[in-house]
Design a protein around this ligand. Sequence first.
Ligand SMILES: [Fe+2]
Length: 278
Amino acid sequence: MPQHNLIRVFTECGVIDAGPGEIVIIPKGMKFKVDLPNGPARGYVCENYGSYLTLPERGPIGANCLANPRDFLAPVAGYEDKETPCELYVKSLGRLYVTDLPQSPLDVVAWHGNFAPVKYDLRRFSPVGSVLFDHPDPSIYTVLTSASDMAGTANVDFVIFPERWVVMESSFRPPWYHMNVMSEFMGLIYGVYDAKPGGFVPGGMSLHNALIAHGPDAEVFEKASRKDLVPERLSGTMAFMFETRYPLSATAYASQLELLDGAYPDCWDGLARKFDRS
Ligand SMILES: [Fe+2]
């Protein structure tokens, strides 16, 4: 999922170009390489070890909206005819292995079938939401899901918060305060995330592991509690979440970065006690 700049993914089935706002899905075991045609790039990666990613059940939403199958684009066949040495990396059982090959392994001249890499433009997602009152569960923004054997706890859900109209009356419109069994890894592709407009920048990430309470910062709470609830368009924004039933842990590398936001919990400072038993 590129966040800054273009990536060019060469796969056994062909070439995929993707920029910020698009995702690329590469099936297990498919050989690929990534070029950066416009220079340094940055993005997010999710490795799925469970069931294949599928579109979620739409239920009563019916036949249309959310992510539509027609928008997932597979490449036309493309191959490399290169008799030059190359290195092939393989990840197996959590370890990386490398071997030398005398030629490019991306030498598939033609293909057919459905085990293909695809790309998807997240701006093609048609969001569905509350049109009168209340705040639906963010699962309505699920683009893709990898189901587990326990209903309601996916191996991983890929959820986006795209630009959209927000119209609910008599409701607290930002994400509510909650804790959940699933772990939430969040990122921001571009724009402003409405629950934390100041402390969450494009290219950043936050992790709220299973059963960690969280919600909007104190300033957002105050504003959303008092504002005039006219229809509002959240424009130019694309946040996302990898939500998983498993607890996530930071790598040793990530844990030691100087960029860590040590003051993150302070965003809830100032949340005043509002309870009044009368
Ligand atoms: Fe959450």
